[in-house]
Ligand binder design. Structure first.
Ligand code: 57M
Length: 362
């Protein structure tokens, strides 16, 4: 909004020229979202604690430690992230850019689905929220609207093309199948983050790392010269998503302050579904969906562990892991929670560097 209001006055007040620069506005978005979390985080947590007498219902069949140490922790902390993220984006982004609106629409819609799930869990004091079928149906409906909106804003010749990393300007036109594929990217990344969010700080740092990588990817793919130099697909207008990703980095860093062990608050499905959908949507707009699978590889690993565990248990009655998702397996092996979390952060960082390498390795 500031860009739309103040940049036109740059002739009169040259200082407003700053708003022309994406880098300046992205920096402003990071700082605004971070300050929002520090200023309003405690208030939001206090309100959540007051509203949720018993906090997040802890699963009975979970690791013993969760039942002992985590009882009473409030959930829905994702509201803090979503508020900071949305306000900061609306303040610093160019509001005439359709990609900004579609990523906000998708993120907030998934946050609303998660909020309803969390609300039912907390009010019923049960870890069963919305039925998984209804949850998935709602996610696919939002994803369909989001992908159709995105492809309607792209040039017809590349709207349904999939970019292949490691190859120069390699695009495969998938036609209508691309819409289905992109829907699965959004729904899949949303649920992968949801599964990962099972230990203090475990999900929010990889989310922040992925957001930082996609901040750079959005900036480069939106830049005609840089995208041409790097031989990556150019999506005109995608650069504005750097502001959104910057706000996501700032909001995540702020939330980490309160989610660091021992967590004062959980983000809830309100946060995890929204954050995953946000990353999925940005990866579709920048046509770096396959790179998200690398950068968000920790989320992929956690999801695969669940798929393998459930398939093995259903087919053979035997478990591959002591418990799924993967972080619970290491808990059952006796690893301390912070040990698992920090080691998973290291894996996320290594995967982020690998994802960034795809920009150059062509
Ligand atoms: C998302 N939610 C956490 C919190 C967070 C098919 C099956 C693998 C599904 C999976 C599942 O239900 N996943 C749901 C994980 C939960 O966290 C809440 O949920 C939000 C994220 N969606 O924001 O509000 C618990 O995680 C802990 N937590 C923290 N710190 C945090 O910052 O300690 C979360 C955030 C919280 C808290 O204890 O209550 C969760 O784990 O439920 N199911 C599972 O993950 C279960 N695994 C399982 O059933 N495995 C089976 C088979 C079916 C795969 C097996 O291995 O045999 C485990 N999860 C838990 N207990 N907690 C086991 C039971």
């Amino acid at each position: 909004m500031l860009y739309n209001l103040l940049y036109p006055l740059a002739d009169k007040y040259s200082v407003f020229n700053l708003f022309k620069y994406l880098t300046f506005r992205t920096g402003g978005a990071v700082i605004t979202a971070l300050i929002f979390a520090f200023v309003f985080g405690p208030v939001i947590i206090r309100k959540l604690r007051n509203k949720q007498k018993n906090g997040q219902p802890i699963r009975k069949d979970g690791p013993e430690t969760h039942l002992l140490n985590k009882k009473g922790t409030p959930t829905m902390g994702g509201l803090m992230i979503l508020l900071g993220l949305s306000i900061s984006t609306l303040l610093w982004a160019d509001l005439t850019n359709g990609y900004v609106w579609v990523v906000l629409f998708t993120t907030i819609s998934y946050g609303a689905i998660g909020f309803i799930d969390d609300y039912i869990k907390v009010t019923k004091q049960s870890s069963d929220g919305i039925s998984s079928k209804l949850k998935l149906f709602l996610q696919f409906v939002v994803a369909a609207a989001s992908i159709l909106w995105i492809t309607s804003m792209m040039p017809a010749e590349t709207a349904t093309s999939l970019a292949i990393p490691f190859f120069k300007n390699a695009m495969i036109d998938l036609g209508w199948f691309y819409v289905v594929f992109a829907m699965f990217v959004v729904v899949g990344s949303s649920n992968a983050v949801n599964l990962t969010d099972g230990l203090d700080g475990l999900a929010i740092v990889p989310i922040m790392i992925a957001a930082a990588v996609f901040l750079l990817i959005a900036y480069l793919t939106g830049h005609a010269v840089f995208s041409d130099y790097l031989q990556i697909h150019h999506t005109s207008g995608a650069g504005e998503l750097a502001v959104f990703c910057g706000a996501l980095v700032g909001a995540s860093l702020g939330f980490l302050w309160f989610n660091a062990p021992p967590a004062m608050v959980f983000m809830g499905d309100t946060g995890s579904l929204a954050m995953g959908a946000a990353l999925g949507t940005v990866s579709v707009i920048t046509k770096h969906e396959l790179v998200l699978a690398i950068v968000g590889g920790l989320f992929v690993l956690e999801t695969i562990s669940v798929i393998v565990q459930v398939a093995s248990f259903k087919l053979t009655g035997k478990r591959v892991f002591r418990m799924a998702p993967l972080h619970h397996h290491f808990e059952q092996k006796g690893w301390a929670e912070p040990t698992i979390v920090i080691r998973f952060w290291i894996i996320a960082l290594i995967l982020a560097i690998a994802g960034l390498a795809t920009l150059k390795l062509r």
